[in-house]
Design a protein around this ligand. Structure first.
Ligand SMILES: Cc1cc2nc3c(=O)[nH]c(=O)nc-3n(C[C@H](O)[C@H](O)[C@H](O)COP(=O)(O)OP(=O)(O)OC[C@H]3O[C@@H](n4cnc5c(N)ncnc54)[C@H](O)[C@@H]3O)c2cc1C
Length: 387
């Protein structure tokens, strides 16, 4: 949440690169492109490639598109983002993702400026409302990140998304690439754009032929991918502030990797419900991330009961867990701290002009965000179309 503030500057340059898309000349080798992964990066790439007249197939391992963009409906009187939730930039970024010159899409957003803060540490709960001075962001008012892609991107993709299609092999051939999925189907193309999370690349569950160059294998070792989960708790009464920091305050106010924040998920929404969210993206929450959903809810309620003298359990109605660490083709939150001096765009530079990469890890200063993933995809499309 907080870290995003530091990402804004970068977007100006990346976005202007993105806006070069309409001018691309199509003296290209790309008649056909296979995209691996239907998250923000994969969907955005497919959108722009199809607009440029390229035949696209998006192979997605999961039963649905979206990746770390996901929506929960029916739990509250507003749709909940169970993955990405904040727009970590000016809302005009939404139009920029679509490559539109008129970036006003008519989407209503919230100026997210929490007013009440509490910090719980060493057994003491204290207000820290001065934090409101330094922190503001943007959220969707009535829609979600999933709703954005559902409305503006996916309808343009026709039947190009193939679900339940985990890619197992990517082979470079004499005139392109051949991509194989688990059930044996092969998809041949001029280029492949790989947008799977870093966790999947690191797991080596996709076999590359020839094998990935050392710069990638060794470079990936220096890129971390943390644990990640969200819990949404519904209460009969509201007893919590806009933001509750349960643990070291540094985790909220610095670029710290270990982020664990409770927040009023209904803040600014047209809602009557009391929904408290818990956002966790960190290296050191492994033990919690390994808990089953019911155990995790009990653990979280116990923590809130300790802070609020048992009130949480007394007014608790129900809860929903989205444990990204346990999602088979995601396995965590996002890439963050980089223990390497080598820029990620050098580590994951295209291989032989045929195998390309995009995704949040390539978002530069907007790493670990939806728009960073989307804009990295636009850059990859730019490269493919100009190759
Ligand atoms: C809890 C949480 C909160 C977040 N909050 C925010 C936020 O508020 N704002 C924000 O901007 N960002 C946020 N993010 C980050 C944001 O969600 C991601 O940066 C972004 O969605 C990543 O998009 P992507 O396309 O790079 O990857 P993904 O969304 O992970 O897409 C990759 C896709 O590849 C698929 N895949 C994996 N392996 C294979 C395979 N072998 N074959 C085929 N498909 C495969 C996956 O199933 C997935 O659909 C959050 C992330 C988490 C986890």
């Amino acid at each position: 949440m907080w870290q995003s503030i530091h990402r804004r500057q970068f977007l100006l340059s990346l976005a202007s690169a993105a806006l070069s898309i309409p001018g691309i000349v199509s003296a290209q080798t790309a008649r056909r492109v296979v995209i691996v992964g239907a998250g923000a990066a994969g969907l955005t790439a497919a959108f722009h490639l199809r607009r440029a007249g390229v035949e696209v197939t998006v192979l997605e391992a999961a039963p649905g598109w979206g990746g770390r963009v996901a929506r929960l409906t029916g739990f509250a009187d507003f749709p909940i983002d169970t993955g990405a939730e904040w727009i970590h930039d000016d809302p005009t970024i939404l139009g920029q993702i679509l490559g539109q010159e008129n970036t006003d899409l008519g989407i209503e957003t919230i100026d997210y400026r929490p007013q009440t803060y509490q910090v719980y540490s060493n057994g003491n709960l204290r207000p820290r409302n001065l934090l409101r001075i330094g922190y503001s962001e943007v959220k969707f008012e009535t829609t979600t990140w999933y709703g954005f892609f559902e409305r503006f991107v996916v309808p343009d993709l026709g039947d190009s998304i193939v679900l339940n299609a985990p890619v197992t092999d990517i082979e470079q051939t004499s005139n392109g690439v051949s991509v194989r999925v688990q059930d044996g189907r092969r998809f041949d193309a001029d280029h492949v754009l790989v947008t799977v999370p870093v966790s999947i690349l690191k797991s080596a569950s996709i076999r590359f032929t020839p094998t990935l160059p050392d710069r990638i294998v060794e470079g990936l070792e220096g890129i971390q991918f943390g644990e990640g989960f969200k819990v949404f708790l519904k209460f009969r009464e509201r007893f919590y502030p806009d933001i509750l920091i349960a643990g070291p305050i540094q985790n909220f106010i610095s670029d710290a990797w270990d982020e664990k924040t409770y927040y009023d998920a209904a803040f600014g929404k047209p809602s009557e419900d009391n929904i408290l969210g818990l956002f966790t993206a960190s290296q050191d929450q492994l033990s919690r991330a390994r808990l089953g959903d019911d155990e995790l809810i009990s653990d979280v309620l116990a923590e809130l009961d300790e802070i609020y003298d048992g009130t949480a359990s007394r007014v608790f109605e129900t809860a929903h867990v989205k444990n990204w660490s346990r999602v088979p083709y995601i396995r965590g939150s996002y890439s963050m701290a980089i223990e390497t001096d080598q820029p990620v765009d050098e580590i994951l530079a295209p291989i032989n002009g045929r195998v390309h990469f995009a995704g949040e890890v390539l978002g530069g200063n907007a790493q670990a965000t939806v728009h960073g993933a989307a804009l990295s995809a636009i850059q990859a499309v730019d490269r493919i179309l100009n190759s």
